[in-house]
Design a protein around this ligand. Structure first.
Ligand code: FES
Length: 111
């Protein structure tokens, strides 16, 4: 396993989300929906579209391009047209830093 340092805790206030770069190449979206931090792949599993342009509602993230909603815990799509789940990463807060803990190797991204 390895940890990737992404953002400061104060960069993602309650009810917001922010895109970060992992390994300089992969986008990861950090979401603070209800005081719980979640981390998902930064682009949609349907087509290449950045998910920080989407909308947060209770426990879900809606992609702004074709309006599929994704469950923030499982990453599963709740509406078409998306049919692949978003990759969800384990979040670790160390001091004032938000990190994800992921298996060694390249970051899992579903597309
Ligand atoms: S690109 Fe996200 S639902 Fe189509």
């Amino acid at each position: 396993m390895r940890r990737i340092d992404l953002l400061g805790v104060d960069e993602v206030p309650l009810g917001t989300m922010k895109m970060a770069w992992a390994d300089g190449t992969d986008q990861v979206l950090i979401i603070n929906s209800n005081g719980d931090l979640a981390a998902v792949q930064g682009t949609c599993s349907h087509e290449y579209f950045e998910l920080d342009k989407g909308f947060l509602t209770a426990g879900t993230l809606t992609c702004a391009l074709h309006l599929s909603r994704f469950d923030l815990e499982s990453g599963e799509p709740l509406d078409p047209p998306a049919d692949l789940p978003l990759a969800v990463y384990d979040v670790v807060v160390e001091g004032d830093r938000i990190m994800i803990e992921v298996p060694d190797g390249s970051l899992e991204i579903n597309d």
